[in-house]
Design a protein around this ligand. Structure first.
Ligand SMILES: [Zn+2]
Length: 101
């Protein structure tokens, strides 16, 4: 895969979105709610851009439980899994019972 992924965060409704950097005008993204999205991770020219993965995450009320059961899987305070490399993505997906993409 060439290029990388930008992760966006909406300061208004809290939505999180990931878009491929070559698809779009990276600094002018808007959320479905109409607010301008903030790019939350700087683009990386080499390797893998860290992703905050909502699909693998848990409800914020379950974050403490997740950290107790899976201390080796980093998670944000709002319950999203932090994936920092492709290898980590595969490891985390397998551990949580998902098929790595
Ligand atoms: Zn929004």
């Amino acid at each position: 895969m060439r290029g990388g992924i930008y992760t966006y965060h909406c300061p208004k409704c809290g939505a999180c979105d990931q878009r491929f950097m070559w698809d779009v005008d990276a600094d002018k993204q808007t959320c479905e709610c109409g607010a301008p999205l903030r790019r939350s991770v700087p683009p990386s020219k080499q390797g893998f851009t860290p992703i905050l993965c909502e699909a693998l995450g848990v409800h914020p009320s379950q974050v403490a439980e997740h950290r107790r059961v899976h201390p080796d899987i980093p998670m944000t305070d709002d319950g999203r899994v932090v994936i920092r490399s492709y290898r980590e993505n595969v490891r985390i997906c397998k551990k949580l019972g998902f098929d790595p993409k």
